[in-house]
Each structure stands twice: as C-alpha cells, then as structure tokens.
Design a protein around this ligand. Structure first.
Ligand SMILES: NC(=O)c1ccc[n+]([C@@H]2O[C@H](COP(=O)([O-])OP(=O)(O)OC[C@H]3O[C@@H](n4cnc5c(N)ncnc54)[C@H](OP(=O)(O)O)[C@@H]3O)[C@@H](O)[C@H]2O)c1
Length: 328
C-alpha cells in the first residue's frame, strides 16, 4: 500500500468549495499494478494545478473512472534511481502526426490513469525526461503541466517574433506566472492583467514590463494575448490585439462560454488558436531552457501530501501566487 490523494466522488460542478473538497480522500492506496513497458516512479514532489480542481468538480472525468488519484505533475526517481520529470500525456506521436497530444486516443495521468499525488506513480517508460541537477525537486515538479502549457502557448502556438508585445490575462496563476517569466526571458515585452495590486506588482518583479487592472485600455495594441481566464477577460483579449494578432487560449477558469465579436475577428484578421499541454520533446527543451536562462518556477508553498485539501482549497480561493507543490 502507498499514501495517495484520490478523488472518490463527483460533486455538482456548481457545488460549494467545502463539498467539492469533501470528494477528496487522502489515505492508503493500492500499489500500481506492474505492466509491460511501464515503470514506477517514486514521487519526490508533485505540482498542484487548477486541473485537479476541475477533476474534483467532476469536469472532464467520466464517473466510471472514479476513484482516481489526482495530480498531473511530478518529479521523482525511476526504478534505476535516475532523477526524472514525469510527462503526463500518454499518446502515440505517430498517431498524432508527430505530436502525442493530437493522438485521438491520447490519455492523461489523473484522468485515465492514477496520477501523481501519491508516493509512487506508474507511467509508460517513455513518459519521463531526465531532471537536470540544477533544478530542485519542487521546481522540476512544476514543469510538466503549467509550465509546459505556457511554453507551447508562447513558443509554438503564438507565432511570435523576438521583441513582440504579449498580454497575459491573470497575474499570479500557475500558467500566467510561467508565461511572464518565460516570455521575459525570451526577450518579449510582457504585459499582464491582474485583479489584485499586490499580485500585479509581483508579476512586474518577475519580469512583466507593465501590469494593468482587468479590462484596462492598454497603451498600445499587442501582437498576441495569452488566455487562460476565459469569459471574464475574453472581450478585453480580442480588443487588445493589433490587426493580424493572435489570441492563444489554453483555459477558461472564469467560464468557457463567451460572446465573440465576429466582425472584429474577420475585419482585423485575428486568429484564435487553442493550445493544450505540449510534447515530451518540448518538456525536455523547457527543462533545458530553465537551466540555460536561469529562470525557475515560482513556488508559493510546499505542503505535505496529507495537506492536499489545503493546497486545492487555497488554489480555488485564488490566494496562491505561482505554484503549490506537494511532497509525499
Ligand atoms: N489546456 C491545457 O493544457 C491547460 C494546462 C494548464 C492549465 N489549464 C487551464 O488554465 C487555467 C489556469 O490554470 P492554472 O493552473 O494556472 O490556475 P491558477 O493557478 O488557479 O490560476 C488562475 C488564474 O486565473 C486568473 N483568474 C481567475 N479567475 C479570474 C477572474 N474571474 N477574472 C480574472 N482573472 C481570473 C487568476 O488571476 P489573478 O492573478 O488576477 O488572480 C490566475 O492568474 C485553468 O482553467 C486550467 O484548467 C489548461
């Protein structure tokens, strides 16, 4: 048996936070079944994501998959003692035209298979990349979800040239803080919006050129907008783009249904581009980028696995800046 934090019951997606967290069980869990081609990772640190909250709310997970161990991010040691970062997407790159996230049969840790909020997690042997020694366990555990998503949004999906101006909606989220740090390190001019003055100031200290209140008129139109907030910021995102600009959307924390001014989209020839996670190769390049540039994830706090409910509660209340990491 091992210790794990698992979701055992779905709740009404609109339920209050206390009843959502009541679906979480932290306790003993069966060891992963040995399977050919899979390896068991001893988890040293596991990043917490908004995705874990969605799962707890019953969004994106079929009832028949429950109970399931939460957690899509981890760093740990493999069966040979090698230090690795877990890649949570289980897909065939060939079936996805060279991109495993586009494999129609692609599966995810914490949805289709038990996740990383556990002392040990089983993954296909190819679903790891070496952890650079320069990164701590907690830093490495933040890369496979939020940071990989930010990396792909900025460096693949946004189609930006060096020196571009980029607006990030949301100042202190796991993905938004990664976008600011990565974009600034790559030489882009990063602008952010944030609801709280303290969080806006912190984003500037991380490398944002300027920080604005949500919905503020910007000094100039931007080349691209990075969207993970959704309905609350969508209209502002489209209005902030220069003609020919691009909004890259990877999340919708405040709601996924938003009105679109189609005339603005075609008249200004805007592009709306979706983005989800990244490839295993991109995860390896992201780790190398961190080593070369010296940038690191912002870890708000590290908690014990037993405190998983506290971690998820803080994330839901919006009091976390950057990432929360669990240590089994
Ligand atoms: N497609 C993918 O592969 C992928 C990967 C990772 C995450 N996501 C999604 O992206 C979203 C963010 O994930 P995360 O882990 O970064 O979450 P998080 O750490 O909880 O961050 C939430 C962010 O949303 C902003 N926000 C929340 N509600 C808002 C509102 N009503 N108005 C304005 N801003 C609001 C916050 O900005 P403030 O700084 O102003 O508080 C913060 O930046 C989630 O919906 C998640 O499911 C998708």
């Amino acid at each position: 048996m091992l210790a794990a934090a698992a979701m055992c019951a779905t709740t009404d997606p609109a339920a209050g936070l206390d009843s959502v967290l009541a679906g979480l069980h932290v306790g003993e869990w069966p060891e992963p079944d040995p399977r050919p081609g899979w390896t068991t990772i001893r988890v040293r640190a596991a990043g917490v994501n908004h995705h874990d909250l969605w799962t707890l709310r019953g969004v994106g997970i079929p009832q028949e998959r429950l109970p399931v161990v939460l957690g899509a991010e981890a760093a740990g040691t493999d069966e040979d003692g090698c230090e690795v970062i877990v890649y949570p997407v289980i897909g065939d790159p060939y079936a996805g035209g060279g991109d495993e996230t586009l494999d129609p049969a692609c599966a995810y840790l914490s949805v289709d298979h038990d996740g990383t909020f556990a002392e040990r997690v089983a993954v296909p042997a190819h679903c790891v990349v070496p952890k650079p020694p320069e990164l701590s366990w907690t830093e490495a555990a933040c890369l496979p979800g939020a940071w990989l998503t930010a990396y792909r949004m900025l460096f693949e999906r946004a189609g930006l040239e060096p020196g571009a101006t980029v607006l990030v909606q949301g100042a202190g989220g796991g993905v938004s803080s990664a976008l600011v740090i990565l974009g600034a390190a790559a030489g882009h001019r990063m602008w952010v919006t944030g609801r709280d003055p303290g969080r806006r100031a912190r984003a500037v200290r991380l490398g944002a050129d300027r920080a604005f209140e949500p919905g503020a008129q910007l000094p100039d139109r931007v080349d691209a907008v990075m969207e993970t907030v959704g309905a609350a910021t969508w209209e502002h995102s489209l209005k902030s783009l220069r003609p020919g600009g691009r909004v890259v959307v990877a999340g919708a924390t405040s709601g996924a249904l938003a009105q679109v001014d189609l005339a603005r989209v075609f008249y200004l020839q805007l592009s709306v581009v979706g983005s989800t996670m990244g490839t295993r190769d991109q995860l390896a390049r992201l780790a190398a980028f961190c080593v070369r540039t010296g940038v690191r994830p912002v870890v708000d706090r590290t908690l014990a696995l037993a405190d998983a409910a506290t971690a998820l509660g803080e994330l839901a209340r919006g009091t976390v800046f950057g990432k929360v990491v669990l240590e089994p």
